[in-house]
Ligand binder design. Sequence first.
Ligand code: 4AD
Ligand code: MG
Length: 431
Amino acid sequence: METIRIADAQHHVGEKVRLNVWLRNKRGSGKMQFLQLRDGSAFMQGVVAKEEVGEEIFATAKGLKQETSMILTGTIRADDRSKFGYELDVQDIEIIGESEGYPITPKEHGTDFLFDNRHLYVRHVKPFAVLKIRDTITRAIMDFFHQDGFTRLDSPVLTGSAPEGTTELFETDYFGTPAFLAQTGQLYAEAGIFGFGKVYDFGPVFRAEKSKTRRHLTEFWMIDAEMAWMHQDQSLDVQERFIKFLLAAVLKENSYELDLLERDKDLLQSYIDADFPRVSYDDAVKLLQENDFEIKWGEDFGSPEETFLANHFAKPVFITNYPKGVKAFYMKRAEDRDDVVVSADLLAPEGYGEIIGGSERDIDFDYLQKRLEQEGLDLEEYEWYLDLRKFGSVPHSGFGLGLERMVTFVSGESHIREAIPFPRTLGRLRP
Ligand code: 4AD
Ligand code: MG
């Protein structure tokens, strides 16, 4: 007899099979027990009828506790009434691991409780669906860049630099010298373009975010992409194709998971079909002011502003050319004015806010040196970076996508902590 996965049930209708499963929940009567099962590939119901299995096996079924692991023998039956479409008519039950007092019961629990028990909560339906989508996106990221001629060149996590500013740094001791956990791999990706043309990295980065928001983690995964001989408008083309590629991959591979989350698939498809507008910061500020926001030119957008803008366009939108004062030292000055940089943030609709930050990079040695000084950064730490402007410098642009922001948006979740297996936030280092 074959041991199958629940996800493959459709290919085994009418067959007697074995399933290695856990019990999520159960209900029933003196004659029937309905077992909610999980095996890591999908979720399915098992039906135990006293008449079919006899007193002993039925008593075993009735006594099963939540999260017991077991090997079930039974026959797969197609069933239109079940959401999954198939059920198992159980014939035998072999208990493998008992379970007693499992804390996450079928009743409602608060979020803090669920995340205090994240090591158990990852078994449940919502985490399953969201983290499967994350898995698809991580694979699609590599596929996209590979197809597009990029080379993956990973950046270090332990560094001496603080490219995104010094306020959100995690400092650690490196054999007596202070070191920082990387905020972004970008500066290393910039070094990479001179050997490989187009590169990306993909790994964990760290920001000591003191704010408690729905969008911030202290440890998250970032994709930095960097492209030689490329101006910002071409980089935006790449970014738009990239996001659409990731959306398409999830629609193709995670129909089941999107249904579990009740995510509107047509809405996701509409983002693929749309052209992402490119709106200047100047125009965005005007639009906000016309709509009673109290923002002044030069200020960064907070989440209310980002939410308004993305909802206004109802699709992902690039906000371009931000004021120099709110952006990082490496961004290229605009040709015709000194107060803005050639940058763009991609804002996701439905209130998800910024998912990509990027820019063209300034390539003028003296200007960058001055900007580093203005930002109070230690020049010695950036000597190697400035070297890149000395030996065959070229126009280049790049961007960074926050993986968990993307996963949260695609899944339709309200909080970014759902999008990573074991979230790290201001108040959470465990489990
Ligand atoms: O906009 P950021 O800070 O850009 C950079 O770090 C650039 N060096 C990237 C580059 O050009 N290569 O961060 C990039 C993205 C944001 O758009 C957001 O999606 C995500 O990283 N991000 C966070 N995600 C979760 N928690 C946080 N605290 C985040 N901070 C940024
Ligand atoms: Mg940003």
